[in-house]
Design a binder for this molecule. Structure first.
Ligand SMILES: [Fe+2]
Length: 496
């Protein structure tokens, strides 16, 4: 039995960890069975519903309605796309003319699901009623081929028996949060090589790696359906979406250094990420799934790309070999396209309607990880921070470093003297502790002068609560048992 067959079996085992199993397709016999179901905001009255199938669909459609017993509307598209090495097709259907802040029930195609999937549309722009969202960065596959209760040689931080993992924790909190934001490092399919080297996937070969990569991706997206099938899932690019080689992987025992040259076409240059999602860049003037913005109630959200297209001649910083490690992008042919878009996007925000501006980008620049700067992106700081300051951005979220660190509102490495009491600098929170095969990173002492709380021993996610137009609370929620390990509230004297 080959490795791929083994992984298929493991996928079913991993999926049994989750309660929403109706999206699972038990075999390829039913090759139009919907898998990996997800939705995303698409403008104030729109949503995109996406799912994968083993075979190409000529006319993907979604049945939907405001009652689970009366899904009388149909939206159709002709988008069923794939790429070399993929084992599935990505189907995307755009739904328009929806009511704001309304729950809709839906099934892809003529699904036989006993319980329809759901999404709630975005709140009207300017709606000042309170709500919460969930944010994860650096969330990988859970289960026998990813983060589980044991690790390979040299890895650390396995799940403790009885602990919830982050996907289960996100599922358990139900509709307390309105959407899930995942700014990069999604699935960690490119860890197949590291897992193989560490003896965790012992039957994998370099030649068979492409199939394993796709299997890990499929397993992760199936697991995530427990969450993404019931609320919007907004994503951004991280370094682990770039290609199949994990930014360059070294087999120290055999003294072999692998790089992107081992990746087949389809497993380079963010191809899977580009095919799998449809973020609202068309509605916001952004670019693909790389940079875009959207409004939801009293908040203007901005997703940035810290991996490519920084302008100033940079292609993409990454660990540990800089530009060469990702070997990706640029995705715009225009000079400084992303920063020009960001400046224009932020300048056009009507703060009387959306007083809050929240930005997410995968790489941090304020992080206590010592003098080795390979995991922080100072190039990103150079291009983005001046625009944040000019436009009074309230909060900047990042991850990449697999730990949690809440900084003070900060500008140019200096804490704002007003701290959380109406600062003029953006608040910076790094939370890359969602969990994947390779565990957590260790933060270094002393912490940066602007660091205010940090922890690097527990997996968890961020919960943001917008109380009104002047108060915003961030909580670090421990995935293991749902306890809040850190909470802090920002006051901004927004007028509304
Ligand atoms: Fe990362």
């Amino acid at each position: 039995m080959g490795r791929f067959a083994t992984l298929t079996s493991s996928a079913l085992t991993a999926f049994a960890l989750f309660s929403t199993t109706e999206a699972a397709c038990s075999s390829k016999k039913n090759d139009t069975c919907p898998m990996q179901v997800r939705s995303a905001y698409a403008g104030p009255e729109g949503m995109v519903v996406s799912w994968n199938t083993y075979s190409r669909l000529s006319d993907p459609f979604v049945r939907y309605g405001k009652s689970p017993h009366h899904m009388d509307k149909v939206a159709v598209s002709y988008v069923s796309v794939t790429y070399p090495t993929s084992t599935t097709y990505n189907n995307h259907v755009s739904i328009k003319d929806l009511e704001p802040n309304a729950v809709y029930y839906y099934v892809p195609m003529d699904g036989k699901e006993k319980t329809p999937f759901t999404f709630k549309t975005s709140r009207s722009v300017g709606d000042k009623s309170p709500y919460s969202i969930a944010v994860v960065v650096d969330l990988g596959l859970i289960g026998p081929d990813g983060l589980t209760t044991h690790v390979g040689t040299g890895a650390a931080n396995p799940l403790k028996p009885g602990d919830k993992n982050t996907i289960q924790s996100l599922e358990a909190q139900g509709d307390v949060t309105e959407f899930l934001w995942h700014p990069g490092d999604i699935a960690y399919a490119d860890y197949w090589l590291k897992e193989e080297i560490q003896g965790f996937l012992p039957n994998t070969t370099i030649e068979g790696g492409a199939k394993v990569y796709e299997s890990l991706l499929n397993q992760f997206y199936d697991e995530m359906t427990a969450v993404t099938g019931v609320k919007p899932y907004m994503v951004g690019p991280g370094n682990h979406e770039a290609n199949c080689d994990n930014g360059g992987t070294t087999d120290k025992v055999h003294d072999i250094k692998y790089n992107v040259s081992i990746c087949l076409p389809g497993q380079t240059n963010f191809t899977g990420f580009i095919n799998h999602f449809r973020m609202p860049s068309a509605q916001s003037g952004g670019l693909g799934n790389f940079w875009y913005s959207f409004d939801h109630g009293m908040v203007h959200y901005v997703q940035l790309d810290t991996e490519t297209d920084l302008g100033h001649g940079f292609i993409g910083p990454d660990e540990p070999n800089g530009v060469e490690a990702e070997d990706a992008g640029p995705f715009s042919t225009l000079k400084d396209a992303q920063t020009k878009w960001l400046a224009k996007d932020l300048a056009s925000v009507d703060r009387s309607k959306t007083p809050w501006i929240i930005v997410a980008g995968h790489h941090p620049w304020y992080a206590s990880i010592g003098t080795d700067a390979s995991d922080v992106c100072f190039d990103c700081k150079d291009v983005f921070e001046p625009i944040f300051l000019e436009n009074n951005v309230d909060l900047v979220l990042s991850g990449h470093v697999h730990a949690y660190e809440r900084n003070a509102p900060t500008a140019n490495f200096t804490a704002d003297p007003k701290e959380l009491n109406n600062p003029s600098s953006p608040w910076y929170i790094m939370n890359g502790a969602a969990g994947h095969y390779d565990g957590l990173d260790t933060l270094t002492e002393p912490r940066n002068s602007y660091s205010r709380f940090s922890q690097d021993t527990a997996y968890g996610w961020s919960k943001l609560t917008f109380h009104n137009c002047t108060h915003l609370t961030h909580e670090f929620v421990s995935s293991a048992n749902g306890t809040v390990l850190d909470t802090a509230t920002l006051f901004k004297n927004h007028k509304c």
